[in-house]
Design a protein around this ligand. Sequence first.
Ligand SMILES: [Zn+2]
Length: 186
Amino acid sequence: MLISHFHPDHIGGIRLKDGTLAFPNAEVVVPEAEWDFWMDEGAMSRAPAGLVNAFKIVRAVFDPMAKDVRRYKGDTEPAPGIYAIPAYGHTPGHMAFRIASEKEQLLVWSDVTNHPALFVRNPGWHAIFDMDPEMAEETRRRMLDMAATDKLLVSGYHFPFPAVGHIAQRSVREFAFVPEQWNPAL
Ligand SMILES: [Zn+2]
């Protein structure tokens, strides 16, 4: 189970409501920078009130399994064929993934654009969920450039159906998300 970042909606499903693991045999693999931030007592004590609950959820999920969690760094291959790309800003250790299979490539950029209808079109807009808004914007522009230049198929969390598409570059700073055609008859 490859984790991109520790926001509650991205780790909450690791455990069921009663606290047992939803997938007891799965290895849980997390970004090291994310672990270092969220598991740090100092960071938790300095957290603004709105973030304290997120810290508590991180601990409830990971504390009982801390010794079994595998941590990975950016610019490595945490699972075969999946390359982790540092995409900091949304959270301190937020990761995107470039997945290669033969000639095809998919960029899963996690929460780089939150909802693409807003933040692909307006990469300079800042969502409240981006913990370091300036860094998140820099990351967003870098990912948009990469996706447009390399003509990558892109997906991210919170994308609406069909959740995959390409990035068209309209001008130096203007982008558009072009969803894949959905065809139910394969
Ligand atoms: Zn998030």
